[in-house]
Ligand binder design. Structure first.
Ligand code: GLU
Length: 478
């Protein structure tokens, strides 16, 4: 059975890059009827942020990515928090020590700093010089017993060799072990580093595919060496391409939002965010962009993930979000808009009014939060025009003629609805001899005070006779 894990560190919010990693794992798992495991990599206690674990899980769930095993759910291979697995890592570190694949290192921070400075000065890449590598077992034991602070380092082979990885995305990748230093695998506080913990856990949790960001590619020789030292078969690996800003720099907070939570708060739908994220690095067989989650499960494969970086194009996400909003059932959309409407002063207005408003605005919303700025138009008695072009048109003679005649027509009917609006406008046309753009634009501008906007007849219907007359009257006074 395939088993994939998403293994974030609880250092803060869920990054869109993290969501993509989780998504690709999840798609592969669901396609192959496997298990999706959430493992918390919290061995760096200094960087842990409280509440981050729940937040990460909450965002995955919001996006529709359900977890099969994890700290909040338990599972056969629990615990799923690395901080609760310290004994396991110590046991395996002990094994490496016994086998001579690792050694205690007593070098002080001062010595290491001095070493780095010297190497820098000589123009060399800083790396540990193996000072403690050949201490005798007895000496090490004596120093440990006397309480001397130490770490444990894995041994990189004396003679450099090529380690080859058959990556599911990149094909065969080879790195010389000589490029790595004797990596610390257990820190002085007794916590493992990522490198030891990830290998031990992926093995014990029977992970079949390790999917992670490209930034981890240089680490695979160390990991494959650890698999070798333990005598374990490594899983398959897929290193995902970087996500880039439009200027092709690495996606960063400085150039916009990167937290899934930010997108949720701005009113992006989980369906569209997921669809958009799926296309960051993966491309479907056919030329098509809109995919539901089940369709993605059907289509996804690692073979169609690119090696090169994927640009995060906000315009495209906006386009997609608008497409998805347009497709929602009215009830569903109204439900999803509720939290955004609740932020406005109009939250207490009748739900039946909102239903009409939502219908009017649906084709124009790019994000759900767009509704927040659009409500005043429906509820303010005396909206003011601010657009210079609108003001200019409203002051034209032709406009005044249309509006005056419109008022006359409306006065003669009992009510103004979308059913009689067209007929009234025909009368205006016949009596003023004005038609087309010159007929419709003045009315749109008078009622909406904007150049572009939702369907005029829906707005007219929403406002009704009194209010439309009031707005046209006001426009005539401009
Ligand atoms: N904890 C690592 C991270 O947050 C996981 C890397 C991996 O998936 O192996 O990036």
């Amino acid at each position: 059975m395939v088993r994939l894990r998403f293994a974030p560190s609880p250092t803060g919010f869920l990054h869109v890059g993290g969501l993509r990693t989780a998504l690709f794992c999840w798609l592969y798992v669901r396609k192959n009827h496997g298990k999706f495991v959430f493992r918390l990599e919290d061995t760096d206690q200094k960087r842990a942020v409280s509440g981050a674990e729940n937040e990460l899980i909450r965002m995955l769930e919001w996006a529709g990515i359900d977890i099969d095993e994890g700290p909040h759910l338990g599972g056969e291979m629990a615990p799923y928090r690395q901080s609760e697995r310290l004994e396991i890592y110590n046991q395996y570190a002990g094994k490496l020590l016994d086998q001579g694949n690792a050694y205690p290192c007593f070098c002080t921070a001062e010595r290491l700093e001095k070493l780095r400075d010297e190497q820098h000065a000589k123009g060399e890449t800083p790396r540990y010089d193996g000072f403690c590598r050949n201490l005798s077992k007895d000496e090490s034991a004596r120093r440990i017993d006397s309480g001397e602070v130490h770490v444990i380092r894995m041994k990189i082979p004396e003679v450099s060799e090529s380690i080859v990885l058959n990556d599911l995305i990149r094909g065969s990748v080879s790195i010389e072990t000589g490029q790595s230093e004797d990596q610390v695998i257990v820190k002085s506080d007794g916590f493992p580093t990522y490198h030891l913990a990830v290998v031990v856990d992926d093995h014990l949790m029977e992970i079949t595919h390790v999917v992670r960001g490209e930034e981890w590619l240089p680490s695979f020789p160390k990991h494959l060496l650890l698999y070798r030292y333990f005598g374990w078969n490594p899983p398959q690996f897929a290193h995902l391409p970087l996500i880039l800003n439009p200027d092709r720099s690495k996606l960063s907070k400085r150039q916009g939002d990167v937290a899934v939570e930010d997108f949720r708060e701005k009113g992006y739908l989980p369906e569209s965010l997921i669809n958009f994220i799926a296309l960051l690095g993966w491309s479907p067989k056919e030329e098509r962009e809109l995919f539901t989650l089940p369709e993605l499960v059907e289509e996804f494969s690692f073979e169609r993930v690119n090696k090169s970086g994927a640009v995060f194009d906000l315009e495209k996400l906006n386009w997609m979000n608008q497409q998805y909003i347009q497709k929602l059932e009215l009830d569903d959309l109204q439900q999803r808009l509720k939290p955004f409407i609740n932020k406005t002063p109009y939250a207490g207005e009748a739900p039946s009014l909102f239903r009409k408003i939502v219908k009017i605005l649906q084709p124009r919303l790019v994000t759900l939060s767009d509704i927040e700025n659009r409500l005043s138009f429906f509820f303010e008695d005396n909206p003011e025009a601010s657009d210079a072009e609108v003001l200019r048109v409203l002051r034209e003679e032709n406009t005044k003629q249309v509006l005056a005649n419109f008022l006359k027509q409306v006065e003669s009917v009992q009510s103004l609805t979308m059913d009689n609006f067209g007929e009234l406008m025909k009368n205006v046309q016949n009596e003023t001899n004005i038609k087309g753009k010159n007929l419709w634009m003045p009315l749109r501008y008078a009622i909406t005070l904007e150049k572009e906007g939702p369907d005029l007849k829906l707005i007219i219907d929403f406002f009704g006779k009194e209010r439309c007359m009031h707005l046209v009257q006001r426009a005539l006074e401009i």
